[in-house]
Ligand binder design. Structure first.
Ligand code: ZN
Length: 463
Protein backbone atom coordinates (compact mmCIF):
# COMPACT_ATOMS: atom_id res chain seq x y z
CA UNK A 1 0.00 0.00 0.00
CA UNK A 2 1.50 3.36 -0.94
CA UNK A 3 1.76 6.48 1.16
CA UNK A 4 -0.55 9.17 -0.20
CA UNK A 5 1.35 11.88 -2.07
CA UNK A 6 0.79 15.62 -1.92
CA UNK A 7 -0.66 15.64 -5.44
CA UNK A 8 -3.41 13.31 -4.26
CA UNK A 9 -4.33 15.34 -1.25
CA UNK A 10 -6.17 18.17 -3.03
CA UNK A 11 -8.16 15.56 -4.87
CA UNK A 12 -8.85 13.65 -1.67
CA UNK A 13 -9.91 16.88 0.04
CA UNK A 14 -12.42 17.63 -2.67
CA UNK A 15 -13.78 14.11 -2.44
CA UNK A 16 -14.00 14.34 1.33
CA UNK A 17 -16.07 17.51 1.13
CA UNK A 18 -18.33 15.84 -1.37
CA UNK A 19 -18.63 12.86 0.97
CA UNK A 20 -19.99 15.03 3.77
CA UNK A 21 -22.34 16.75 1.35
CA UNK A 22 -23.51 13.38 0.03
CA UNK A 23 -24.55 12.24 3.48
CA UNK A 24 -26.17 15.46 4.64
CA UNK A 25 -26.81 17.20 1.31
CA UNK A 26 -25.52 20.30 3.07
CA UNK A 27 -23.81 23.21 1.29
CA UNK A 28 -20.59 22.10 -0.40
CA UNK A 29 -18.23 24.80 0.79
CA UNK A 30 -18.57 23.70 4.41
CA UNK A 31 -15.03 22.63 5.27
CA UNK A 32 -11.74 21.26 4.03
CA UNK A 33 -10.22 18.13 5.48
CA UNK A 34 -6.56 18.33 4.50
CA UNK A 35 -4.31 15.49 5.55
CA UNK A 36 -2.21 16.21 8.64
CA UNK A 37 1.09 14.36 8.42
CA UNK A 38 2.14 11.28 6.54
CA UNK A 39 -0.05 8.23 6.45
CA UNK A 40 1.24 4.95 7.85
CA UNK A 41 2.50 2.61 5.14
CA UNK A 42 0.05 -0.11 6.18
CA UNK A 43 -3.62 -0.11 7.07
CA UNK A 44 -4.99 -1.26 10.39
CA UNK A 45 -7.47 -0.52 13.13
CA UNK A 46 -7.63 2.71 15.09
CA UNK A 47 -10.33 4.76 16.81
CA UNK A 48 -11.90 8.04 15.83
CA UNK A 49 -13.14 8.80 19.36
CA UNK A 50 -13.60 5.96 21.87
CA UNK A 51 -15.65 3.06 20.53
CA UNK A 52 -15.70 4.32 16.93
CA UNK A 53 -13.42 1.77 15.28
CA UNK A 54 -11.98 2.63 11.87
CA UNK A 55 -9.74 0.77 9.48
CA UNK A 56 -7.15 2.26 7.16
CA UNK A 57 -3.94 4.25 7.12
CA UNK A 58 -3.29 6.70 9.93
CA UNK A 59 -0.85 9.58 10.31
CA UNK A 60 -1.00 10.19 14.08
CA UNK A 61 -0.21 6.68 15.33
CA UNK A 62 0.36 3.11 14.24
CA UNK A 63 -2.86 1.34 13.33
CA UNK A 64 -3.27 -2.08 14.97
CA UNK A 65 -3.30 -5.29 12.97
CA UNK A 66 -5.95 -6.82 15.20
CA UNK A 67 -9.10 -5.11 16.35
CA UNK A 68 -8.59 -6.65 19.81
CA UNK A 69 -5.21 -4.89 20.22
CA UNK A 70 -5.07 -1.54 22.07
CA UNK A 71 -6.26 1.05 19.53
CA UNK A 72 -4.78 4.47 18.86
CA UNK A 73 -7.36 7.30 19.21
CA UNK A 74 -6.89 9.58 16.20
CA UNK A 75 -9.48 12.12 17.33
CA UNK A 76 -7.11 13.38 20.03
CA UNK A 77 -4.80 14.50 17.24
CA UNK A 78 -7.34 16.62 15.40
CA UNK A 79 -6.61 20.30 15.94
CA UNK A 80 -8.94 23.04 14.81
CA UNK A 81 -7.02 25.89 13.26
CA UNK A 82 -10.16 27.65 12.14
CA UNK A 83 -10.74 29.09 8.70
CA UNK A 84 -12.92 26.23 7.51
CA UNK A 85 -10.06 23.79 7.66
CA UNK A 86 -9.87 20.61 9.73
CA UNK A 87 -6.58 18.79 9.22
CA UNK A 88 -7.20 15.08 9.81
CA UNK A 89 -4.64 12.35 10.55
CA UNK A 90 -6.36 10.06 8.03
CA UNK A 91 -8.22 10.17 4.73
CA UNK A 92 -11.93 10.20 5.66
CA UNK A 93 -12.90 8.95 2.23
CA UNK A 94 -10.66 5.92 2.60
CA UNK A 95 -12.02 5.24 6.09
CA UNK A 96 -15.68 5.41 5.03
CA UNK A 97 -14.96 3.29 1.97
CA UNK A 98 -13.09 0.67 4.00
CA UNK A 99 -16.09 0.38 6.32
CA UNK A 100 -18.94 0.41 3.81
CA UNK A 101 -17.18 -1.78 1.26
CA UNK A 102 -15.87 -4.14 3.96
CA UNK A 103 -12.28 -3.53 2.87
CA UNK A 104 -11.12 -4.02 6.44
CA UNK A 105 -11.49 -7.74 5.77
CA UNK A 106 -9.10 -7.88 2.84
CA UNK A 107 -5.69 -7.50 4.42
CA UNK A 108 -6.18 -7.95 8.12
CA UNK A 109 -5.28 -11.18 9.94
CA UNK A 110 -7.69 -10.79 12.91
CA UNK A 111 -9.92 -13.59 14.22
CA UNK A 112 -12.94 -11.86 12.77
CA UNK A 113 -11.69 -12.43 9.23
CA UNK A 114 -12.82 -15.06 6.80
CA UNK A 115 -9.88 -17.33 7.56
CA UNK A 116 -9.08 -20.09 5.10
CA UNK A 117 -10.53 -22.50 7.66
CA UNK A 118 -13.76 -20.53 7.68
CA UNK A 119 -13.81 -20.51 3.93
CA UNK A 120 -13.15 -24.24 3.93
CA UNK A 121 -15.94 -24.79 6.44
CA UNK A 122 -18.24 -22.64 4.38
CA UNK A 123 -17.58 -24.49 1.15
CA UNK A 124 -17.70 -27.92 2.73
CA UNK A 125 -20.83 -27.01 4.64
CA UNK A 126 -22.57 -25.62 1.60
CA UNK A 127 -21.71 -28.72 -0.39
CA UNK A 128 -23.00 -31.07 2.30
CA UNK A 129 -25.95 -28.98 3.44
CA UNK A 130 -28.58 -30.61 1.25
CA UNK A 131 -27.51 -34.03 2.57
CA UNK A 132 -27.66 -33.12 6.26
CA UNK A 133 -30.79 -33.63 8.34
CA UNK A 134 -32.07 -30.32 9.70
CA UNK A 135 -31.22 -30.99 13.39
CA UNK A 136 -27.59 -31.84 12.42
CA UNK A 137 -27.43 -28.75 10.24
CA UNK A 138 -28.67 -26.52 13.05
CA UNK A 139 -26.29 -28.10 15.55
CA UNK A 140 -23.28 -27.54 13.26
CA UNK A 141 -24.29 -23.93 12.66
CA UNK A 142 -24.78 -23.27 16.36
CA UNK A 143 -21.29 -24.65 17.06
CA UNK A 144 -19.80 -22.65 14.24
CA UNK A 145 -21.45 -19.38 15.21
CA UNK A 146 -21.03 -19.79 18.98
CA UNK A 147 -20.15 -16.54 20.76
CA UNK A 148 -20.10 -14.52 17.54
CA UNK A 149 -21.99 -11.77 19.35
CA UNK A 150 -18.86 -11.02 21.42
CA UNK A 151 -16.73 -10.04 18.38
CA UNK A 152 -15.93 -6.34 19.00
CA UNK A 153 -16.14 -5.16 15.40
CA UNK A 154 -18.41 -4.65 13.58
CA UNK A 155 -20.58 -4.08 16.60
CA UNK A 156 -23.38 -6.54 17.22
CA UNK A 157 -26.39 -6.26 16.95
CA UNK A 158 -26.23 -3.02 14.89
CA UNK A 159 -23.11 -1.18 13.78
CA UNK A 160 -23.43 2.56 13.16
CA UNK A 161 -19.74 3.40 12.80
CA UNK A 162 -20.19 5.13 9.44
CA UNK A 163 -22.84 7.43 10.91
CA UNK A 164 -20.60 8.16 13.93
CA UNK A 165 -17.67 9.06 11.67
CA UNK A 166 -19.85 11.33 9.54
CA UNK A 167 -21.32 13.01 12.62
CA UNK A 168 -17.86 13.56 14.08
CA UNK A 169 -16.63 15.03 10.78
CA UNK A 170 -19.62 17.38 10.65
CA UNK A 171 -19.02 18.44 14.27
CA UNK A 172 -15.41 19.32 13.46
CA UNK A 173 -16.43 21.11 10.25
CA UNK A 174 -19.07 23.15 12.09
CA UNK A 175 -16.68 24.06 14.89
CA UNK A 176 -14.01 25.10 12.41
CA UNK A 177 -16.50 27.21 10.49
CA UNK A 178 -18.04 28.56 13.73
CA UNK A 179 -21.42 27.32 12.55
CA UNK A 180 -23.94 26.26 15.19
CA UNK A 181 -26.78 25.26 12.86
CA UNK A 182 -26.13 23.47 9.60
CA UNK A 183 -29.03 23.16 7.16
CA UNK A 184 -29.32 19.84 5.37
CA UNK A 185 -31.82 17.75 3.42
CA UNK A 186 -33.53 15.31 5.77
CA UNK A 187 -32.81 11.62 5.15
CA UNK A 188 -36.36 10.46 4.36
CA UNK A 189 -39.35 11.89 2.52
CA UNK A 190 -41.96 13.99 4.33
CA UNK A 191 -39.62 14.20 7.30
CA UNK A 192 -40.13 10.55 8.31
CA UNK A 193 -37.84 9.83 11.26
CA UNK A 194 -36.78 6.43 9.86
CA UNK A 195 -37.45 4.04 7.00
CA UNK A 196 -38.54 0.39 6.96
CA UNK A 197 -38.55 -2.20 4.20
CA UNK A 198 -39.52 -5.86 4.22
CA UNK A 199 -38.00 -8.34 1.80
CA UNK A 200 -38.62 -12.06 1.24
CA UNK A 201 -36.14 -14.40 -0.47
CA UNK A 202 -38.03 -17.37 -1.91
CA UNK A 203 -35.87 -20.46 -1.35
CA UNK A 204 -37.89 -23.57 -2.22
CA UNK A 205 -41.04 -24.77 -3.96
CA UNK A 206 -42.73 -24.74 -0.55
CA UNK A 207 -41.79 -21.07 -0.28
CA UNK A 208 -43.28 -20.36 -3.72
CA UNK A 209 -46.45 -22.06 -2.56
CA UNK A 210 -46.58 -19.98 0.63
CA UNK A 211 -46.15 -16.56 -1.02
CA UNK A 212 -49.87 -16.00 -1.51
CA UNK A 213 -50.54 -16.52 2.19
CA UNK A 214 -47.63 -14.27 3.07
CA UNK A 215 -49.02 -11.50 0.84
CA UNK A 216 -52.41 -11.95 2.56
CA UNK A 217 -50.73 -11.61 5.95
CA UNK A 218 -48.77 -8.50 4.91
CA UNK A 219 -51.88 -6.99 3.30
CA UNK A 220 -53.81 -7.50 6.54
CA UNK A 221 -51.36 -4.95 8.00
CA UNK A 222 -51.41 -2.78 4.84
CA UNK A 223 -47.73 -3.54 4.27
CA UNK A 224 -46.22 -4.19 0.83
CA UNK A 225 -42.92 -6.02 0.50
CA UNK A 226 -40.55 -7.47 -2.07
CA UNK A 227 -40.07 -11.06 -3.19
CA UNK A 228 -36.64 -12.17 -4.42
CA UNK A 229 -37.02 -15.03 -6.90
CA UNK A 230 -34.32 -17.55 -7.93
CA UNK A 231 -34.66 -17.60 -11.74
CA UNK A 232 -32.99 -20.95 -12.54
CA UNK A 233 -32.99 -24.57 -11.37
CA UNK A 234 -34.11 -24.08 -7.80
CA UNK A 235 -37.88 -24.49 -8.30
CA UNK A 236 -40.41 -24.31 -11.10
CA UNK A 237 -41.91 -20.84 -11.49
CA UNK A 238 -45.56 -21.23 -12.53
CA UNK A 239 -46.72 -18.81 -15.27
CA UNK A 240 -49.16 -17.12 -12.95
CA UNK A 241 -46.65 -16.67 -10.11
CA UNK A 242 -44.89 -13.42 -11.01
CA UNK A 243 -48.07 -11.63 -12.17
CA UNK A 244 -49.78 -12.71 -8.93
CA UNK A 245 -47.10 -10.80 -6.97
CA UNK A 246 -46.91 -7.79 -9.27
CA UNK A 247 -50.67 -7.29 -9.60
CA UNK A 248 -51.08 -7.10 -5.85
CA UNK A 249 -48.60 -4.23 -5.63
CA UNK A 250 -45.73 -6.28 -4.24
CA UNK A 251 -42.26 -6.12 -5.76
CA UNK A 252 -40.21 -8.71 -7.63
CA UNK A 253 -36.41 -8.85 -7.47
CA UNK A 254 -33.79 -11.35 -8.55
CA UNK A 255 -32.33 -13.72 -5.97
CA UNK A 256 -28.99 -14.98 -7.28
CA UNK A 257 -29.15 -17.06 -10.49
CA UNK A 258 -29.46 -20.67 -9.36
CA UNK A 259 -28.54 -20.34 -5.68
CA UNK A 260 -25.73 -22.91 -5.81
CA UNK A 261 -23.45 -20.75 -3.63
CA UNK A 262 -20.94 -20.26 -6.46
CA UNK A 263 -21.97 -16.95 -8.00
CA UNK A 264 -18.68 -15.32 -7.03
CA UNK A 265 -16.40 -18.37 -7.24
CA UNK A 266 -14.58 -17.14 -10.33
CA UNK A 267 -14.74 -14.01 -12.42
CA UNK A 268 -15.31 -15.67 -15.80
CA UNK A 269 -18.25 -17.69 -14.55
CA UNK A 270 -19.60 -14.66 -12.71
CA UNK A 271 -19.65 -12.56 -15.88
CA UNK A 272 -21.59 -15.26 -17.71
CA UNK A 273 -24.03 -15.53 -14.85
CA UNK A 274 -24.33 -11.74 -14.55
CA UNK A 275 -25.50 -11.63 -18.16
CA UNK A 276 -28.24 -14.11 -17.39
CA UNK A 277 -29.17 -12.25 -14.20
CA UNK A 278 -29.47 -9.01 -16.21
CA UNK A 279 -31.66 -10.77 -18.75
CA UNK A 280 -33.99 -12.15 -16.05
CA UNK A 281 -34.15 -8.72 -14.42
CA UNK A 282 -35.41 -7.22 -17.68
CA UNK A 283 -37.81 -10.11 -18.19
CA UNK A 284 -39.21 -9.86 -14.62
CA UNK A 285 -39.21 -6.05 -14.59
CA UNK A 286 -36.93 -6.31 -11.55
CA UNK A 287 -34.68 -3.46 -10.39
CA UNK A 288 -33.13 -5.09 -7.35
CA UNK A 289 -30.92 -8.03 -6.52
CA UNK A 290 -29.81 -10.19 -3.62
CA UNK A 291 -27.23 -12.96 -3.92
CA UNK A 292 -27.60 -16.42 -2.38
CA UNK A 293 -26.57 -16.57 1.30
CA UNK A 294 -25.53 -12.90 0.91
CA UNK A 295 -22.22 -13.91 -0.67
CA UNK A 296 -20.72 -10.86 -2.31
CA UNK A 297 -17.80 -9.37 -4.17
CA UNK A 298 -18.69 -5.77 -4.74
CA UNK A 299 -15.68 -5.19 -7.00
CA UNK A 300 -17.57 -7.18 -9.62
CA UNK A 301 -20.89 -5.40 -9.22
CA UNK A 302 -20.37 -3.21 -12.27
CA UNK A 303 -21.37 -6.21 -14.42
CA UNK A 304 -24.83 -6.21 -12.85
CA UNK A 305 -27.28 -4.07 -14.75
CA UNK A 306 -29.45 -3.38 -11.72
CA UNK A 307 -30.58 -0.34 -9.82
CA UNK A 308 -29.89 -1.65 -6.31
CA UNK A 309 -28.38 -4.51 -4.39
CA UNK A 310 -29.48 -5.86 -1.02
CA UNK A 311 -26.71 -8.38 -0.29
CA UNK A 312 -24.59 -6.62 2.33
CA UNK A 313 -25.44 -7.11 5.98
CA UNK A 314 -24.83 -4.32 8.48
CA UNK A 315 -22.98 -6.76 10.74
CA UNK A 316 -22.40 -10.29 9.51
CA UNK A 317 -21.22 -12.20 12.56
CA UNK A 318 -23.88 -14.86 12.02
CA UNK A 319 -23.60 -15.10 8.25
CA UNK A 320 -21.35 -17.52 6.38
CA UNK A 321 -19.50 -14.58 4.77
CA UNK A 322 -18.12 -12.37 7.54
CA UNK A 323 -17.95 -8.60 7.53
CA UNK A 324 -20.64 -5.93 7.50
CA UNK A 325 -20.95 -2.47 6.00
CA UNK A 326 -21.17 -0.70 9.41
CA UNK A 327 -23.93 1.63 8.24
CA UNK A 328 -27.71 1.83 8.54
CA UNK A 329 -28.05 4.10 5.50
CA UNK A 330 -28.14 3.32 1.76
CA UNK A 331 -24.93 4.07 -0.11
CA UNK A 332 -23.62 3.95 -3.66
CA UNK A 333 -21.24 1.31 -5.01
CA UNK A 334 -20.47 2.88 -8.37
CA UNK A 335 -23.86 3.32 -10.03
CA UNK A 336 -25.54 0.57 -7.96
CA UNK A 337 -27.25 1.68 -4.78
CA UNK A 338 -26.74 -0.60 -1.79
CA UNK A 339 -29.70 -1.09 0.52
CA UNK A 340 -28.00 -2.98 3.35
CA UNK A 341 -29.72 -5.66 5.43
CA UNK A 342 -29.66 -3.99 8.82
CA UNK A 343 -31.48 -6.52 11.01
CA UNK A 344 -31.00 -10.22 11.78
CA UNK A 345 -32.63 -12.47 9.22
CA UNK A 346 -35.33 -14.90 10.30
CA UNK A 347 -33.25 -18.04 9.73
CA UNK A 348 -30.49 -16.81 12.05
CA UNK A 349 -32.96 -15.69 14.67
CA UNK A 350 -34.97 -18.90 14.78
CA UNK A 351 -32.42 -21.58 13.93
CA UNK A 352 -29.04 -20.28 15.07
CA UNK A 353 -29.94 -18.04 17.98
CA UNK A 354 -32.92 -20.23 18.82
CA UNK A 355 -34.94 -17.13 19.63
CA UNK A 356 -38.66 -17.21 18.92
CA UNK A 357 -39.37 -13.66 20.02
CA UNK A 358 -39.14 -10.12 18.63
CA UNK A 359 -36.76 -9.05 21.42
CA UNK A 360 -33.63 -8.84 19.22
CA UNK A 361 -35.51 -7.21 16.34
CA UNK A 362 -36.93 -4.58 18.71
CA UNK A 363 -33.45 -3.85 20.05
CA UNK A 364 -32.14 -3.43 16.51
CA UNK A 365 -35.13 -1.26 15.57
CA UNK A 366 -34.41 1.01 18.56
CA UNK A 367 -30.75 1.41 17.60
CA UNK A 368 -31.50 2.07 13.93
CA UNK A 369 -34.31 4.53 14.74
CA UNK A 370 -31.87 6.31 16.98
CA UNK A 371 -29.65 6.90 13.93
CA UNK A 372 -32.68 7.71 11.70
CA UNK A 373 -31.66 4.79 9.51
CA UNK A 374 -33.11 2.13 7.29
CA UNK A 375 -34.61 -0.91 9.03
CA UNK A 376 -34.50 -3.64 6.42
CA UNK A 377 -35.80 -7.11 7.17
CA UNK A 378 -35.17 -10.41 5.42
CA UNK A 379 -37.96 -12.88 6.11
CA UNK A 380 -38.17 -16.07 4.05
CA UNK A 381 -41.62 -17.44 3.17
CA UNK A 382 -40.02 -20.88 3.56
CA UNK A 383 -39.12 -20.33 7.20
CA UNK A 384 -42.39 -18.86 8.43
CA UNK A 385 -44.65 -21.64 7.19
CA UNK A 386 -44.03 -23.02 10.66
CA UNK A 387 -46.62 -21.55 13.01
CA UNK A 388 -44.28 -20.56 15.85
CA UNK A 389 -42.08 -18.60 13.43
CA UNK A 390 -45.09 -17.03 11.73
CA UNK A 391 -46.39 -15.81 15.08
CA UNK A 392 -43.09 -13.96 15.68
CA UNK A 393 -43.21 -12.41 12.21
CA UNK A 394 -46.82 -11.32 12.77
CA UNK A 395 -45.73 -9.65 16.00
CA UNK A 396 -43.02 -7.81 14.05
CA UNK A 397 -45.61 -6.59 11.52
CA UNK A 398 -47.80 -5.44 14.40
CA UNK A 399 -44.92 -3.52 15.97
CA UNK A 400 -43.76 -1.90 12.72
CA UNK A 401 -47.24 -0.78 11.76
CA UNK A 402 -47.72 0.72 15.21
CA UNK A 403 -44.55 2.73 14.65
CA UNK A 404 -45.90 3.82 11.27
CA UNK A 405 -49.22 4.87 12.83
CA UNK A 406 -47.28 7.01 15.32
CA UNK A 407 -45.46 8.69 12.41
CA UNK A 408 -42.17 7.09 13.46
CA UNK A 409 -41.30 5.28 10.25
CA UNK A 410 -41.93 5.20 6.51
CA UNK A 411 -42.65 1.62 5.37
CA UNK A 412 -41.81 1.33 1.70
CA UNK A 413 -40.87 -1.09 -1.07
CA UNK A 414 -37.15 -1.39 -1.86
CA UNK A 415 -37.76 0.31 -5.22
CA UNK A 416 -39.40 3.26 -3.46
CA UNK A 417 -36.54 3.52 -0.97
CA UNK A 418 -33.95 3.36 -3.76
CA UNK A 419 -35.92 5.82 -5.89
CA UNK A 420 -36.07 8.30 -3.04
CA UNK A 421 -32.38 7.94 -2.17
CA UNK A 422 -31.38 8.55 -5.79
CA UNK A 423 -33.55 11.66 -6.02
CA UNK A 424 -32.22 12.98 -2.72
CA UNK A 425 -28.65 12.41 -3.87
CA UNK A 426 -29.32 14.80 -6.76
CA UNK A 427 -31.05 17.50 -4.70
CA UNK A 428 -29.35 20.69 -3.66
CA UNK A 429 -29.77 23.29 -0.96
CA UNK A 430 -29.78 26.83 -2.29
CA UNK A 431 -29.64 29.93 -0.16
CA UNK A 432 -32.42 32.47 -0.55
CA UNK A 433 -31.79 35.50 1.62
CA UNK A 434 -31.76 34.22 5.18
CA UNK A 435 -33.31 30.88 4.42
CA UNK A 436 -32.72 27.78 2.36
CA UNK A 437 -34.66 26.09 -0.38
CA UNK A 438 -34.37 22.48 -1.57
CA UNK A 439 -34.00 22.26 -5.30
CA UNK A 440 -34.30 19.27 -7.63
CA UNK A 441 -36.66 16.55 -8.77
CA UNK A 442 -38.75 15.19 -5.90
CA UNK A 443 -37.91 18.14 -3.65
CA UNK A 444 -41.61 18.61 -2.84
CA UNK A 445 -41.31 15.49 -0.64
CA UNK A 446 -38.01 16.59 0.91
CA UNK A 447 -37.74 18.45 4.21
CA UNK A 448 -35.22 21.02 5.29
CA UNK A 449 -33.56 20.03 8.57
CA UNK A 450 -30.81 21.45 10.75
CA UNK A 451 -27.91 19.76 12.47
CA UNK A 452 -27.42 21.71 15.67
CA UNK A 453 -24.20 21.62 17.62
CA UNK A 454 -24.84 20.97 21.29
CA UNK A 455 -21.37 20.87 22.93
CA UNK A 456 -19.86 17.76 21.37
CA UNK A 457 -23.13 16.33 20.14
CA UNK A 458 -25.30 16.80 17.07
CA UNK A 459 -29.01 17.28 17.42
CA UNK A 460 -31.30 17.24 14.40
CA UNK A 461 -34.13 19.75 14.19
CA UNK A 462 -36.72 20.67 11.60
CA UNK A 463 -36.89 24.37 12.31
ZN1 ZN B 1 -31.54 -17.56 -0.58
Amino acid sequence: MSVSRTSDSANSRQKAEKLLADRFRCPLHLANFPLAGTLSPTSGYFQFSPGVICYGQCASGTPAQRVTDPLHDARRYVTLNGAHSVPLPFDPLQIIDNLRCERYLADSPGDEQPLPANRFFRNAYYLLRPLLPVPVRKHLQQLYFRSRDTIPFPKWPVDRTVESVFDQLLIFAMKAGKISRMPFIWFWPEGAPSCTMLTHDVETAAGVEFCRQLMDLNDSFAVKSSFQIVPELRYPIPDSFLPSIRERGFEINIHDLNHDGHLFTNRKQFLKRAERINRYARQYGALGFRSAVMYRNIDWYDALDLDYDMSIPNVAHFDPQQGGCCTVMPFFIGRILELPVTTTQDYTLFHILNDYSTRLWKEQIARIRNAHGLMSFLIHPDYIIDEAARRVYTELLQYLTELRAEGETWIALPREVAGWWRLRSEMELVQEGNSWRIQGKGSERARLAYAVLDHDRLIYEFR
